[in-house]
Design a protein around this ligand. Structure first.
Ligand code: BGC
Length: 404
C-alpha cells in the first residue's frame, strides 16, 4: 500500500563541522595529534590496523571549500533540508572576539542552501570547543553556560534572516559520558561528579541560549538533538522492567524533561535498540553494521511513540549506519521510514527525516574508517560518489511516500 508522508515533510541528511570541513583548530584537532593520543593508539594496535592518518581529521572532506558542490549534490538527490553545524572555534577563536571572515563564510553556506531551496537545520554546538575555552575549563567551567549563550546569541543575531531551525546542543549524554565517564574523548576524564556537573551545565547552557535565540528571532524554532534509544525489556521479569524504566528515565527523558519549557521541537538522533535481559544489549538475530552496531529499524517506532508525551513537533535529526559497501543502507532507510510512517499514523507529530550522513566523514575517536555517507568520499582524490542507496532514498523523497 502506498503510504504518504505529511505534506511539506522535510527530507535530507546531516553533517557536523568537525567531521567534514577540514582545517580545524580546536580541542579535538589538538587532541588528535597529541603525543599521548598517538602513543595510546599505537599501544592498542590501531595505527597498524588503520594507519595514523585515519585518526587525524586533517582536511577531512574539505567541505569547508566544497560546500557548494556538496549541497548541489544533495539537491540532485532530492533533499529539501540539510543539517549542518557551525564551528565555534572559527566564529570565536578568542574569547569574546568574533571572526568576521568566518561569520561571512557561514553566511555564504546558509545562503547557498536557501538559494537551492534547502531548509537548513543549524547545530550551534556539535562537540569540539575553542582552545581558549578548553584552557578555561571547557564544559566543566562554571561559566560555560554563559560563554555558550553569548556565542549562540551572536549566531542568532548574524543569521536570523537565514535560519528557522536551531539545534543548540548535539547529544548531551553522548558528549558527557564519552568525555567525562568513559574518558575516551577529550579531555579524557573518568569522574562521575564532573560528569554530573557537565551535564547540568549543558542543561543551563541550552536554556540560556534558547532564551537569547527566541528574544532575537521569536519566529525561529529551537531545540536540541537528543540521542534516544529503544530500551526493550525482553520479558515481564521485574528486574528487566526496572532496568528498562531506569534507562528510559535517565537516558531518554531526563534532559528533555529539564528543558521542556525551553524547546519548540524535539530533534531525535536515533541509532540503538537495546534489548534488556539481566543486562543491556541482549539483542538477537539482528543485522550488524560495519561499526558493530545492530540494525533494528523497527525500534524507531517505539522511540517516536514515547516522545508523543512532550506534545512537540519531532524532526529526526540523525539516523543511519556505517556501511562502506552500501549493503544494508537502502533496506535500512526503507524499513526505518516504514516505521516512521506507522508512528505518524499513530499520532507522533514527525515532520522531517535527516539521514546520517550526507557524506562519509571523520567518525570521532574511530577516525575515517566507519563510512556513514549516502555519498562516498574518496579521501585521496576527494571525489564524491553517491551510493545506489542515495537514489533509493531519492525516490522515496520524490513520491513523499513509502510502500507498506
Ligand atoms: C553523532 C555523530 C556521529 C554519529 C555516528 C551521533 O552520535 O551526533 O556526530 O558521527 O552519531 O556515530
Amino acid at each position: 500500500m502506498k503510504s504518504e508522508f505529511p505534506k511539506n515533510f522535510l527530507w535530507g541528511a546531516a553533517t557536523a563541522s568537525h567531521q567534514v570541513e577540514g582545517g580545524q583548530k580546536n580541542n579535538w584537532s589538538q587532541w588528535e595529534t597529541s603525543e599521548e593520543r598517538i602513543k595510546n593508539l599505537e599501544l592498542r594496535g590501531e595505527i597498524k590496523k588503520h594507519g595514523l592518518d585515519n585518526f587525524i581529521s586533517g582536511r577531512a572532506c574539505d567541505h569547508y571549500h566544497q560546500y557548494k558542490e556538496d549541497f548541489r549534490l544533495a539537491k540532485e538527490l532530492g533533499h529539501n533540508a540539510t543539517r549542518i553545524s557551525i564551528e565555534w572555534s572559527r566564529i570565536e577563536p578568542e574569547e569574546g572576539k568574533f571572526n568576521k571572515k568566518e561569520i561571512e563564510h557561514y553566511r555564504d553556506v546558509l545562503k547557498t542552501l536557501r538559494q537551492l531551496k534547502i531548509e537548513p537545520f543549524v547545530t550551534i554546538y556539535h562537540w569540539p570547543i575553542p582552545l581558549w575555552l578548553r584552557d578555561r575549563g571547557g564544559l566543566e567551567s562554571k561559566r560555560f553556560p554563559e560563554y555558550f549563550a553569548q556565542y549562540a546569541e551572536k549566531l542568532a543575531k548574524e543569521y536570523k534572516d537565514l535560519v528557522k531551525f536551531w539545534i543548540t546542543i548535539n547529544e548531551p549524554e553522548v558528549l558527557t559520558s564519552s568525555s567525562y565517564l568513559q574518558g575516551v574523548w577529550p579531555p579524557q576524564k573518568k569522574n562521575i561528579f564532573l560528569a554530573i556537573k557537565v551535564y547540568k551545565n549543558l542543561v543551563r547552557a541550552h536554556k540560556l541560549a534558547y532564551d537569547k535565540i527566541k528574544k532575537i528571532a521569536p519566529g525561529s524554532q529551537a531545540g536540541i538533538a537528543k540521542n534516544n534509544a529503544y530500551y526493550q525489556a525482553a520479558n515481564r521479569n521485574p528486574i528487566n522492567i526496572i532496568l528498562k524504566r531506569a534507562a528510559d528515565h535517565y537516558l531518554n527523558f531526563w534532559f528533555l524533561d529539564q528543558i521542556k519549557n525551553h524547546q519548540d521541537f524535539i530533534g531525535l538522533n536515533h541509532y540503538f535498540h537495546n534489548r534488556i535481559n539481566w543486562g543491556f544489549n541482549k539483542n538477537q538475530g539482528i543485522k550488524i553494521s560495519d561499526y558493530g552496531w545492530s540494525l533494528s529499524p523497527q525500534a524507531i517506532y517505539h522511540v517516536l511513540s514515547d516522545l508523543k508525551k512532550y506534545h512537540k513537533p519531532i524532526y529526526i535529526t540523525e539516523n543511519g549506519l556505517a556501511d562502506a559497501k552500501d549493503k544494508y543502507r537502502a533496506w535500512f532507510i526503507e524499513e526505518t521510514l516504514k516505521n516512521v510512517w506507522l508512528a505518524i499514523k499513530d499520532d507522533a507529530d514527525v515532520r522531517g527525516y535527516l539521514h546520517w550522513s550526507l557524506m562519509d566523514n571523520f567518525e570521532w575517536s574511530a577516525g575515517f574508517w566507519p563510512r556513514f555517507g549516502l555519498i562516498e568520499i574518496d579521501y585521496k582524490t576527494l571525489k564524491r560518489t553517491p551510493h545506489p542507496s542515495a537514489l533509493v532514498y531519492k525516490k522515496i523523497i520524490e513520491s513523499n511516500s513509502i510502500y507498506i
